[in-house]
Ligand binder design. Structure first.
Ligand code: CP
Length: 320
């Protein structure tokens, strides 16, 4: 593996999930692989799970880790080409990325969208420039449009909690929120589930209110409904997540129906397991009586972030 930006960087979806579950059983089997290799983690936005799980994964492989909170501790970067830097930016991404690549064998970066300009966010200009100029393999810790380590984790978690021969019915369910959130997690989850569906691993449905359709390049092959209860009927896994509108970009469109998943609503599912990437706002995005019930997989899911990151780092280290 040369980089990890999307599901397209994975040749063998089933194989990489098997590998992650094997590493979960044998976490130190490759503790020499990363010896004298350094992982740099660059954050332009906050993180709990991604930061700690990726550090833990790298440590299990024997790597050293450096973390930089670029938003707080770094220089303000310029990304435009050919401009005279006489404004607020201090350093160009050309130099900054190239320098970071001198210090690390692998870099990870998190860079959220601004949710102002859809074309700019979906061009992934910032991330792509960073990847080009740093000259070392880059792992996405969440970009403007995708969160692949989270989606890989989610597929691992579904596989781990599904022991039946029939394909599990997986539902991505929009949830309410008071803030406009990026589409990166649902885009990425949908992209991974559509690929898993193509490979016969799951049946996948997206449920969202009118006005919240995701970008079509992430949803090809998914069944889509505007009726949450229809989607929940017979579901085996429900992945709850809020996102802001893609069509009315970055906006919160008022929704009249009740989209909060609570315990009583799970009665129409097939005793579904409930997932969320976290952080979650209790009783706004997901009811406490679900989070505190045996239906919830959110803690196990967050735990699996280590094995997703460790598998990705292992595959990249093997190709250095
Ligand atoms: N799910 C997730 O990426 O969590 P953090 O934002 O805390 O890293």
């Amino acid at each position: 593996m040369k980089q990890f930006f999307s599901v397209a960087d994975v040749d063998d979806l089933s194989g990489i999930v098997d590998e992650a579950l094997w590493l979960k059983q044998h976490p130190f089997a490759h503790e020499q692989l990363g010896k004298r290799k350094t992982l740099g983690l660059i954050f332009l936005n906050p993180s709990l799970r991604t930061r700690l799980s990726t550090q833990r994964a790298a440590t299990n492989l024997g790597m050293e880790v450096m973390v930089m909170n670029m938003d707080k501790d770094g220089w303000t970067l310029e990304t435009r080409e050919g401009v005279t830097m006489n404004g607020t930016t201090v350093e160009h991404i050309r130099e900054a990325a190239a320098v970071m690549g001198q210090y690390c064998e692998i870099l990870g970066m998190r860079s959220f969208p601004k949710l102002q300009d859809r074309e700019e966010d979906y061009s992934e200009d910032y991330f792509k420039k960073f990847m080009r100029y740093c000259q070392v393999p880059v792992v996405s810790l969440e970009s403007a449009t995708r969160h692949p380590l989270q989606s890989f984790t989610d597929l691992i978690t579904i596989r781990e909690h599904w022991q039946q021969p029939a394909k599990p019915r997986v539902v991505l369910a929009w949830a309410p929120h008071v803030k406009a959130l990026p589409q990166a997690v649902p885009n990425s989850f949908s992209e991974w589930m559509c690929r898993a569906q193509e490979e016969g691993l799951v049946e996948f449905t997206i449920a969202h209110p009118e006005g919240y359709a995701l970008a079509p390049q992430f949803t090809a092959g998914a069944a889509v409904t505007h009726n949450l209860d229809d989607a929940l009927t017979g579901a085996d896994f429900v992945y709850v997540k809020n996102w802001s509108s893609y069509t009315d970009y970055g906006k919160i469109i008022p929704v009249n129906e009740n989209w909060l998943l609570d315990r009583s609503r799970l009665d129409i599912t097939n005793e579904a397991k409930v997932m969320h990437c976290l952080p979650v706002r209790r009783d706004l995005e997901l009811a406490s009586d679900v989070l505190d019930s045996p239906h919830s997989l959110v803690i196990q899911e967050a735990g699996n972030r280590v094995w997703a990151a460790q598998t990705v780092l292992k595959r990249i280290l093997e190709q250095l």
